[in-house]
Design a protein around this ligand. Sequence first.
Ligand SMILES: *[C@@H]1O[C@H](CO)[C@@H](O)[C@H](O)[C@H]1NC(C)=O
Ligand SMILES: *[C@@H]1O[C@H](CO)[C@@H](O)[C@H](O)[C@H]1NC(C)=O
Ligand SMILES: *[C@@H]1O[C@H](CO)[C@@H](O)[C@H](O)[C@H]1NC(C)=O
Ligand SMILES: *[C@@H]1O[C@H](CO)[C@@H](O)[C@H](O)[C@H]1NC(C)=O
Length: 548
Amino acid sequence: MVRVQEFTLILLTLSVCHGRQNNFIDEEFEPVVQDSKYGSLWPLPQKVFISPVSLKLSVPSFKITDAKDSSAGPGCSLLHSAYRRYYEYMFGGAKKLKFNKSSRTDPSGLMELQVWITSPDSECDGYPSVTSDESYELTVDQPYAVLKAPKVWGALHGLETFSQLVYEDEYGAKSINTTTISDFPRFAHRGVLLDSARHFLPIKVILANLETMAMNKFNVFHWHIVDDQSFPYLSRTFPQLSQQGAYHPYTHVYTPADVKMVIEFARLRGIRVIPEFDTPGHTQSWGKGQADLLTPCYSGSQLSGSFGPVNPILNTTYDFMNQFFKEISTVFPDSYIHLGGDEVDFTCWKSNPDIQKFMDQQGFGKDYSKLESFYIQRLLDIVTTTKKGYTVWQEVFDNDVKLKPDTIIHVWKGNQEQYQNEMANITSAGYQTLLSSPWYLNRISYGQDWPGIYKADPQDFKGTEEQKKLVIGGEACLWGEYVDATNLTPRLWPRASAVAERLWSAKDVTDINDAFNRLSAHRCRMVKRGIPAEPLFSSYCPNEYKGI
Ligand SMILES: *[C@@H]1O[C@H](CO)[C@@H](O)[C@H](O)[C@H]1NC(C)=O
Ligand SMILES: *[C@@H]1O[C@H](CO)[C@@H](O)[C@H](O)[C@H]1NC(C)=O
Ligand SMILES: *[C@@H]1O[C@H](CO)[C@@H](O)[C@H](O)[C@H]1NC(C)=O
Ligand SMILES: *[C@@H]1O[C@H](CO)[C@@H](O)[C@H](O)[C@H]1NC(C)=O
């Protein structure tokens, strides 16, 4: 115990003295390897009691079934496909063993997990949303285990938790302890951002990460689908955007069928898909397939041949955005779209005489952030007509754009002090907010960085209780400049798992040594399930990664 306190102190001192931006590396952290009283549970449930009474699971006769009174019966394919998935995760390896016939009927063995959806509308055929009930209660005892949840979303999390309780005893028999768990997430929005524009990400990689997100109880896939470098989204309305703007028009695009597959795969795992179409900056690739969309830049009095952000002074720009976002709002079922709005470079706008004239007419003076606001305002009006809500990066708030009250402001800039001030300002203005600043997982360096990721708390800023309630969660971001299918998964996992626990578990779950021991086991479980999640520190897994 003394050691735990010691290194907690060291961590605190380091983070204050160095004042490093985002993650800090803690060379001092020396984990004490020991079994956690919570086994390998990750993220830690809100309330959990695991007894020392161990039951054997009857394999292969063990069944996951619908409880008699469940509102989701055999017709709920979402649950039934989850039963098959989790059966495979729990017993997949065991199939190869020769079964001992007599142990199958062992009366002391646990035969069944009953899944009971308790509310009349199970939401089996619906989409998850920010207001979805994700709670569940799990009781493991004789004669059978019971998983109770108001909606299917909680049941999916409960199945993951049940699978995490199963372990092999010293003779290799599948075992589970008598356990009671009552669980729900601390934050409603727990996301992972993947960037499929800096590098194209094959669908297979996206699906593998959705699967891994479910293992960590993440519930939002923020799909940063296009950017300056490429436009892989195949639009039905404007097919020339990907025809001209993708890295390759046939092999490096997401077809409507691909997008549909991602959305359904995510839904089956309780994950929302929120696409980001970032404008007016970060749009070089859009300009290749859509003439006059981008601002022509000048060099002196001559056109320079290069282009800047979206041209905010042309009516055709808004006609285009109107049609484009109409399509997006029908393709993506989630009630939110991420509209970006970050890092707008004003150099090109400044160089363009037509823009200067427009600035004068509008009385913007030399303040180009007013022009940016003018554009964003009109874009928001357009998206509002599609009945969608929107999320924007923090600059949109910083520049005083008029926002709908349900706008979500996504904080990504600054060191701890800066992002905490920003969160305080956003929430005191009454807006909901998401945190990503400490969770830019594309930033890497030598050493253990997960403790810094783990310790950041989105509600740690000066503000009232009301303000704290406006924090709906956060997102781990993996920007793609140096990431593609070869290295995405190990770079993201298990570092994103640290974010997952911060966003799911209670605020006071901060014991870094206990976290280390559970996370190490969770990491090995991901590896056993075929996910190449990188190690935390010197260690081994009972089932090492076998390669692809
Ligand atoms: C489960 O029960 C076994 C056998 O009593 C015990 O050794 C183990 O510590 C228990 N696991 C947990 C997580 O409590
Ligand atoms: C099968 O299991 C029973 C009860 O657990 C045990 O007594 C018996 O020795 C086992 N048989 C074999 C061949 O392992
Ligand atoms: C752009 O639209 C506005 C408002 O509808 C209109 O007043 C203006 O004349 C239009 N400009 C051009 C160049 O068509
Ligand atoms: C927060 O608002 C205060 C008062 O308007 C301002 O001085 C400060 O710069 C803002 N902080 C951030 C991080 O934007």
